[in-house]
Ligand binder design. Structure first.
Ligand code: GLU
Length: 467
C-alpha cells in the first residue's frame, strides 16, 4: 500500500509555524515510506478566501523545500462531490433531513447546558418524515451506544462514548457541505492513508470517523501531534514574537535551520540535535514523536541557524545577502564588492547568526563610505592619531599586501609606538576599516580590501580625527 499523507491548510494569509511543522512531518513520513505528500487548500470559506492567502502557504512550503506530489487540490472545487455523498447517505437511510428551526436548536442547547449534557440535538427528526417544502439540513445517523476507539500513533488509544457524539450536520440548509463532511470525502478521494495533524483536531477525528463508518469507508491512521507552546507554556501566538513562517524568513533564518528546529520540536532520535533533511527522511517515524507539547525556544533556533550559516555554501549566502544589503542598507553590490564578499565570506558567516547579521557584517566590504558608529568612533581620537599615521605610512610601503605582511606591520607599529599593546593598533585600524569595533579577522579583511582601499580608509579616519 502506498502511504499518502496530506497537508490541508486553511488559507488565512499567514502560515503559523505549527502548520509548517505539521507539513514537515507529513512530508517526512511520506518520503520515509516512499509514499506521496499531497496538498489540499481548505478554501470553502469564500468570504475570506483570496489567492494571495494561498500563495503565502505555497511560498512557505517552497521556502522550506517541502515539495509535494500533486497540483494543490481545492476543497471548494469538490463541493458537488461532497453534496452527492451526503445525498447517497440520505438515500440509504444513513442520514436524514432535520427541519429544526434556529429557535428550536437554541432551546435544545439551553436545555442541554442546564442538564450538563455534551450533546444538544435531541434527534427529533432521526426517524421521521418531514414536510418537504420546509428548509432542512442533512444529518448523519451516529451510533447511539457503544464506544469509539482510535488507535492514535502518538496519543495511543483514545476512546469516546457515542452518547457524547451528535448526529452532526453534513449539508447545511443552504445546501453547502460542512467542513467535517468535506474533509472525510476529500481524504478518502485522495487515498490518504495517514492523517498527521495537531491534537486540536482530535475531537474532529471522532466526528469524522462517524462519517467514515456511515459511508463504510476505510479510515486513515491518525497521528495527532501535541501543539507547540510559547516559551511561557501558553499557546504559541503573536504575543510571544514571531510565529509566522514568513516572519522567520524575514528575520534571516535559513530554511534548513527552521526544518531542523521544527523537527526536533516534537520528534527525537536519541540526542541527535543536528539533522539534515536526508537523515530525517531516513529515520522519521512515529516512534520518536513527543507526547507532550514542546515550548518554542527562540535562542535555540538562533544557535541552530548559526550552525547552518557556517555550513552554508558561500555563493548561496552571497545571493541571499545581496537583496538584504539593498533592502536594509541601501547598498548595491557591484562586481568588485561581490569579489570581496566572496573572499571574505568564510570569516563573515562564522560570526553571523542570521542573514540579517550577515548583511550588517558585510557592509564594510560592499561600501567604501565608512560611517563610524559610537563603538568605532571611540577609538578614533588624539591617542590613536599618531598610530594611524604611522600605520598608514608603513602599510603604504608594503610591496606584498598580504595578511602576513599586514600583521607584521601592525605588530611592528605596536612595538615601536604603542608600548607593545597590539590592541592599541588594532582597534583604531578596525574602526577605520569597518566603522565599528567588531569584525572578522582584520588582517585578512585588510588584504581583501586591498592596499589602496585600506590606505584611503586610514586617511579618512585621520581626517575624521582632525575635524
Ligand atoms: N484546515 C485544517 C487546519 O488548517 C486542517 C485540518 C486537518 O488536518 O484535517 O487546521
Amino acid at each position: 500500500m502506498t502511504v499518502v499523507t496530506r497537508f490541508p491548510p486553511s488559507p488565512t494569509g499567514f502560515m503559523h509555524i505549527g502548520n509548517a511543522r505539521t507539513a514537515l512531518f507529513n512530508f517526512l513520513y511520506a518520503r520515509h515510506k516512499n509514499g506521496k505528500f499531497l496538498i489540499r487548500i481548505e478554501d470553502t470559506d469564500r468570504e475570506r478566501h483570496s489567492d494571495e492567502a494561498v500563495q503565502v502557504i505555497l511560498e512557505g512550503l517552497e521556502w522550506l523545500g517541502l515539495d509535494f506530489d500533486n497540483t494543490p487540490e481545492s476543497q471548494y472545487a469538490n463541493k458537488q462531490r461532497h453534496i452527492d455523498v451526503a445525498n447517497e447517505l440520505l438515500a440509504v437511510g444513513k442520514a436524514y433531513k432535520c427541519y429544526c428551526t434556529p429557535e428550536e436548536l437554541a432551546e435544545m442547547r439551553e436545555t442541554a447546558k442546564a442538564e450538563g449534557r455534551p450533546t444538544a440535538y435531541d434527534r427529533r427528526w432521526r426517524d421521521k418524515e418531514g414536510p418537504d417544502d420546509q428548509p432542512f439540513v442533512i444529518r448523519v445517523k451516529a451510533p447511539l451506544e457503544g464506544t469509539m476507539t482510535i488507535h492514535d500513533e502518538v496519543q495511543g488509544e483514545v476512546k469516546v462514548d457515542y452518547e457524547n457524539l451528535d448526529d452532526l450536520i453534513l449539508l447545511r440548509s443552504d445546501g453547502t457541505p460542512t467542513y467535517m463532511l468535506a474533509v472525510v470525502v476529500d481524504d478518502h478521494d485522495m487515498n490518504v492513508t495517514h492523517v498527521i495533524r495537531g491534537d486540536d483536531h482530535l475531537n474532529n477525528t471522532f466526528r469524522q470517523n462517524v462519517i467514515y463508518d456511515a459511508l463504510g469507508w476505510d479510515k486513515p491512521s491518525y497521528a495527532h501531534l501535541p501543539l507547540i507552546h510559547g516559551p511561557d507554556g501558553s499557546k504559541f501566538s503573536k504575543r510571544h514574537g514571531a510565529v509566522g513562517v514568513g516572519e522567520f524568513k524575514e528575520m534571516g533564518y535559513l530554511p534548513e535551520a527552521m526544518n531542523n528546529y521544527l523537527l526536533r520540536l516534537g520528534w527525537a532520535h536519541g540526542d541527535e540535535e543536528i539533522m539534515s533533511m536526508e537523515r530525517a527522511i531516513e529515520l522519521f517515524d512515529f516512534d520518536g514523536m513527543n507526547k507532550s507539547a514542546a515550548r518554542f525556544d527562540y535562542a535555540k533556533l538562533e544557535s541552530l541557524n548559526a550552525h547552518y550559516m557556517k555550513e552554508a555554501d558561500n555563493d548561496r549566502l552571497i545571493d541571499l545577502v545581496i537583496p538584504l544589503l539593498k533592502q536594509l542598507h541601501a547598498l548595491d553590490v557591484s562586481g568588485s564588492a561581490r569579489t570581496r564578499l566572496q573572499a571574505g565570506m568564510d570569516g563573515l558567516k562564522d560570526r553571523s547568526k542570521t542573514l540579517i547579521e550577515l548583511a550588517q557584517e558585510s557592509r564594510f566590504y560592499v561600501s567604501n563610505e565608512i560611517t563610524y558608529d559610537p563603538k568605532g568612533d571611540k577609538h578614533l581620537n588624539t591617542d590613536s592619531f599618531p598610530i594611524l599615521n604611522q600605520l598608514k605610512g608603513d602599510l603604504e610601503s608594503l610591496n606584498d599586501f598580504t595578511t602576513a605582511q599586514i600583521e607584521a606591520t601592525c605588530r611592528d607599529v605596536s612595538d615601536t609606538i604603542a608600548g607593545g599593546k597590539l590592541g592599541k593598533v588594532m582597534m583604531p585600524l578596525r574602526a577605520a576599516l569597518t566603522g565599528t569595533d567588531k569584525s572578522p579577522s582584520l588582517f585578512e579583511a585588510a588584504e581583501i580590501l586591498g592596499q589602496n582601499e585600506v590606505l584611503a580608509r586610514l586617511q579618512s579616519a585621520i581626517d575624521h580625527i582632525n575635524k
